[in-house]
Design a protein around this ligand. Structure first.
Ligand code: URA
Length: 275
């Protein structure tokens, strides 16, 4: 049988392939050849006795494949500087300004903008998700996409709205293509969200989904075990009641868990009523 080669994909097909694979943003204006190596060293020539010595070739200085401004500091350095910066912020405005300037997390280079928070900084209840998605990255506000609409309904179920709640994420920059933040990125951003919680100082903290729950409530248990239970969250200056519940994006995919999430919300409403 004759081998008939596949025609090469055209530009439209290639772009469709990338989109399907989850590539929905570019990282830089120009493509970067990350495989580019400095010139290979000159081949070793086995000289005959009478031949002149081979010319000494100068090695060109290695140029980094990634622009220097995009090279993040070592994680432990970044975590230490995040801790120091977060600790030094006396207000939410200053914390936000510090985050705008913070260069320790490479996610800031690929995100469109910082997504700091939405809602009322004096609210008695604070919700914390994982990281902004595409819609949040565009608008600069947390939970404004489809899962945000469901979060609004969850908040409405306890008789509140965004003017009476404060909403933020553990990670304040969108990871490219909505990939899961790395443990290092999470550790680098952690001091900022911890300080944000301390400054908002809510009566009730609600962690949305597994990553936010495991990071903030220092547990390795999954959301099926942690949801609906009360935890103590220590800000360093006060202990806050904290409850984990399902992430609204998860509820959109698995609506049968909404019933359990309404139970969690009822418990949260009750705690707010008595505290
Ligand atoms: N998912 C999150 O965890 N946070 C957002 O802001 C949006 C979606």
């Amino acid at each position: 049988m004759d081998f008939i080669p596949e025609p090469a994909p055209n530009l439209r097909q290639l772009l469709a392939f990338y989109l399907e694979a989850g590539v929905d943003c570019t990282l830089a204006e120009e493509p970067i050849d990350r495989l580019a190596e400095p010139d290979a060293p000159a081949p070793v020539v086995v000289a005959r006795e009478s031949a002149p010595p081979p010319p000494v070739r100068e090695m060109p200085a290695a140029t980094p494949a990634v622009p220097r401004s995009e090279i993040a500091p070592a994680p432990e350095v970044a975590i230490a500087s995040a801790r120091e910066a977060a600790r030094s912020a006396p207000t939410l405005e200053e914390l936000r300004a510090l985050l705008e300037k913070f260069e320790g997390c490479a996610l800031r280079n690929t995100a469109t903008r910082l997504v700091f928070a939405d809602g009322n900084p004096k609210a008695r209840i604070m919700f914390v998700g994982e990281a902004p998605g595409r819609d949040e990255d565009i608008e600069g506000l947390p939970f404004v996409g489809r899962s945000g609409k469901l979060l609004d309904r969850m908040i409405a179920a306890i008789g509140l709205d965004r003017s009476k709640a404060y909403i933020a994420n553990v990670i304040p920059w969108r990871p490219p293509g909505n990939r899961t933040p790395t443990p290092q990125e999470t550790q680098i951003c952690l001091p900022f969200i911890q300080r944000q919680i301390e400054l908002v100082n809510p009566d009730v903290l609600v962690t949305l989904g597994n990553p936010s729950t495991q990071t903030l409530l220092s547990t390795r248990e999954g959301i099926m075990r942690t949801r609906g239970k009360w935890f103590d969250y220590d800000t360093g200056t006060r202990t806050i009641r904290a409850m984990a519940t399902f992430h609204p994006a998860y509820l959109l995919r698995s609506p049968s868990y909404k019933r359990m999430s309404w139970q969690d919300l009822r418990a949260i409403a009750k705690a707010l009523a008595v505290s």
